[in-house]
Write a protein that binds this ligand. Structure first.
Ligand code: SAH
Ligand code: SF4
Ligand code: F3S
Length: 471
């Protein structure tokens, strides 16, 4: 079994040295950065690392793009629509750069792992200063230094890496909840998906490193962690040690101070009994499972290379619910995959009715160059895709409302996260099942666990009343 080659200390020392040099250079200058992030939690957390490095180099965060000295766009390639939106946004920055020639504009993330995108940037977006991908964010200080010291565009893309990067500075968005990477990349090659091409093969972090990070978070007062990976159930398969995702959960559950453990995403083909029992038995592991099903037709699931059937998926749901009755289950669904007929789509609706998901993220199939499905025959007409999406959303909304309504009058445990954005008299909190509850309460309760009684329900957000503070 191969083990991961960690980025050498020498390489990281070099970056640290550059960070210090830039920080020295920036002293007393009042410089600002802004980062726009697209895509999944992976990208959100990568942006927190980029922010961490920028702060070490003496930049402060600003909401205001006009004030920024460094402006980064951390991009997502999962659907074409998202790509077009980012490029549109980036092209608006030309004016900003014309007004402020010292502004450094960088683009990073999954889109930069696509050759045609980098070519287009070189040709059409000459005002961009730095282009880098998903595998080398640790090199950002060096790339910034090069951009600050030359007129040329700095491009640094590597196709894949066995490196797992530890100990980058991180500027976290919250001081209560933290993202923790456990595995990078994906080996599944679902035929519609670009992620294996943009994020490379699976690379697990060593359990000791994850545990050390979580202990440090606990010491700093963090209450909740979310373990991140494209497929967390594959955790450890590429390591020499005797470790699985479930075993990792047991070890993390012991860390004092952490109240809640979440994770995403799980692949149905890899859900083990060991994991279901861990979720049932570990007090800190929350009762929420995000389990993307993608489609209900076995023919389509096969063409998607998902490696499970509708029946198998339903069996998993049964097993999960019989062990953890109060669990909330969410999913991702794609409509209009090549070859999807009305009958196939009805299988998806049937599955949704049978499972009764708490929520579903629904997507229209988007053709991604380089993936197997992009060249499949029988691509579905746009109008048909939209019509199916609407029917699916309508059904799911009805179910989401009904599922939420079941909670009315119940008392649930919430973690209080902050002041509600909509109503400053209220606090915003989350149940263990990941639903949002607003209730009247004092700011001093932020960070505490409490019991609240649910009074009103919508699809995902609810109103409640404080019953008691737990701790
Ligand atoms: N690793 C995760 C998330 C992958 S991307 C997982 O396996 O679930 C998040 C979601 O985007 C996927 O679950 C899928 O529903 C959707 N998606 C991915 N590629 C897509 C495409 N080409 N068109 C439409 N939706 C897509
Ligand atoms: Fe994409 Fe499939 Fe991997 Fe998820 S499991 S990232 S959908 S290839
Ligand atoms: Fe998008 Fe990359 Fe995440 S393609 S969904 S940002 S892994």
């Amino acid at each position: 079994m191969p083990t991961n080659v960690y980025v050498t200390e020498e390489e990281l020392k070099k970056q640290e040295k550059i960070m210090k040099e830039i920080a020295e250079e920036n002293k007393g200058k009042n410089l600002y950065y802004h980062i726009e992030t697209y895509g999944c939690q992976m990208n959100v957390h990568d942006s927190e690392k980029l922010a961490g490095m920028l702060e070490e180099m003496g930049y402060k965060y600003t909401e205001n793009l006009e004030q920024a000295d460094v402006l980064l766009f951390n991009t997502c390639a999962v659907r074409e629509h998202a790509e077009i939106r980012v490029l549109g946004r980036v092209s608006q920055m030309k004016e900003l750069k014309a007004r402020n020639p010292n502004l450094i504009i960088g683009v990073s993330g999954c889109m930069m792992q696509e050759k045609n995108v980098v070519e287009a940037i070189k040709e059409k977006y000459s005002y961009i200063d730095i282009v880098f991908g998903t595998h080398n964010i640790y090199k950002f200080p060096q790339l910034l230094w090069e951009a600050l010291n030359s007129q040329d565009i700095v491009i640094d893309i590597i196709e894949d890496t066995k490196n797992v990067i530890e100990e980058l500075p991180v500027k976290r968005d919250s001081n209560l909840k933290a993202w923790v990477n456990i595995i990078y990349g994906c080996n599944n090659f679902c035929t519609y998906c670009i992620v294996p091409y943009t994020r490379g093969r699976e690379k697990s972090r060593k359990p000791e490193d994850i545990i050390a990070e979580v202990k440090e978070l606990a010491q700093k007062g963090y209450k909740e962690i979310t373990l991140l990976g494209q497929n967390v159930n594959s955790y450890g398969k590429d390591l020499d040690e005797d470790i699985t995702f479930a075993k990792l959960l047991y070890r993390l559950n012991d860390i004092e101070g952490i109240e809640r453990i979440r994770f995403m995403t799980s692949h149905p083909k890899d859900i083990s009994d060991e994991l279901i029992y861990a979720m049932r038995d570990l007090d800190k592991v929350c009762e929420h499972l995000h389990l993307p099903v993608q489609a209900g037709s076995n023919k389509i699931l096969k063409k998607m290379n998902r490696k499970y059937t509708k029946e198998h998926y339903l069996e998993i749901i049964d097993k999960v619910r019989s062990n953890i009755p109060e669990i909330s289950i969410t999913t991702d669904i794609i409509v209009g995959f090549p070859g999807e007929t009305e009958e196939d789509f009805l299988e998806t609706l049937d599955l949704v009715e049978r499972v009764r998901f708490d929520a579903a993220y629904t997507f229209i199939y988007s053709k991604r160059a380089g993936t197997v499905a992009a060249n499949m025959p029988d691509q579905v007409d746009d109008a048909v895709k939209h019509e199916r999406l609407e029917r699916l959303i309508e059904l799911q909304n009805k179910i989401s409302l009904e599922k939420s309504a079941e909670l009315r009058g119940k008392i649930v445990e919430v973690l209080i996260e902050g002041i509600s954005k909509r109503d400053s008299n209220k606090l915003t909190s989350r149940t263990r099942t990941n639903k949002v509850v607003h209730f009247v309460g004092d700011e001093s309760l932020i960070g505490k666990l409490a019991n609240v009684k649910i009074t009103e329900t919508k699809a995902w957000t609810m109103q409640g009343e404080l019953v008691e503070v737990i701790r």
